[in-house]
Design a binder for this molecule. Structure first.
Ligand code: ZZB
Length: 260
């Protein structure tokens, strides 16, 4: 799988995570949550970023000024892809449980939410896929839409502020079959009522992927009006050129579904 890894810079730590990295990351260094995505063209619609609350993350040193929050497994893979200074070497300076990171405010490149988005919990994040960090685009990802709907509904239970899960969802991609908010449309159409409806969510994801990729047109940003097929590599390159993202690949595995 060839992913785009995106750099979401921490603007303000959740208290528990801030406490845990104290003294381990140099003052003034930038720390980034690094989700892996197959849909760089949807990054305009990021409204939050998910971590698995029970997943253990490392804070890995890229340089004196730059650190990445990802799983150990992703760090090991990255170490062989020229992402860290020395081949095969990845230096972990701290560890963080996903739950401790919830509430952290990060800057999401390209997102219309310039004020930043929050790190929020998602139970279905797989520690064995990508970087274990997942950026959320509820306009185009049914899983993301189902999850933020649930988070907003049960904010107190999740220990979050309701408004963190209620950032505005704007159209990113227009499609002939599902309109310009494909994920909310499909969640409703397939009568998905919770993130635990994994079978319907899997189907919704397949449908959203196909329609978005082959029939979709971007309706926002510099490439508005262009087909997704055409715009996708351009948005990706733009992120890479701006130093806000990089290529990350991992060997194809047997289990590819996040719910299966
Ligand atoms: C942003 C995005 C926007 C995504 C969208 C999808 C969609 P796949 O096909 O199953 O490989 N993802 C990445 N890592 C993980 C993880 N560790 N656990 C759970 N989910 C993860 O799915 C790849 C997608 O799964 C990635 O692309 C990421 O979410 C998520 F509009 O990033 B995506 C119709 C899907 N739309």
């Amino acid at each position: 799988q060839e992913y785009t890894a995106l750099k979401l810079k921490v603007k303000e730590w959740a208290p528990e995570a801030g406490e845990q990295i104290k003294g381990k990351v140099p003052e003034g260094a930038n720390v980034y949550f690094v989700p892996a995505t197959l849909r760089p063209e949807t990054m305009y619609g990021q409204t939050c970023c998910f971590v698995g609350p029970k997943i253990k993350y490392g804070v890995f040193k890229v340089s004196d000024k730059e650190f990445y929050v990802i799983t150990d497994r992703a760090a090991r893979n990255m170490a062989y892809q020229g992402i860290f200074p020395e081949n095969g070497v990845y230096e972990k300076v701290a560890e963080l449980l996903g739950s401790a990171c919830v509430g952290t405010l990060v800057n999401a490149p390209l997102s219309i939410h310039k004020e930043g988005v929050r790190i929020l919990p998602m139970d279905s994040v797989l520690p064995t896929k990508g970087t274990g960090v997942v950026t959320s685009v509820p306009s185009d990802s049914p899983d993301d839409f189902a999850t933020i709907t649930d988070l907003a509904k049960k904010a107190e239970y999740y220990g979050i502020k309701k408004e963190w899960a209620e950032l505005e969802i704007v159209p990113i991609i227009s499609t002939p079959s599902y309109g310009n908010l494909a994920a909310p449309f499909l969640v409703k159409k397939l009568k998905i009522s919770s993130p635990k409806d994994t079978k319907q969510l899997e189907e919704a994801k397949e449908l959203a992927y196909k329609e978005g990729y082959y029939q979709g047109t971007l309706v926002i940003g510099e490439f508005a009006g262009e087909k997704v097929e055409v715009a996708k590599p351009k948005v990706r390159q733009q992120l890479i050129d701006a130093g806000e993202g990089f290529a990350y690949s991992e060997p194809e595995k047997k289990v590819v579904s996040r719910s299966g």
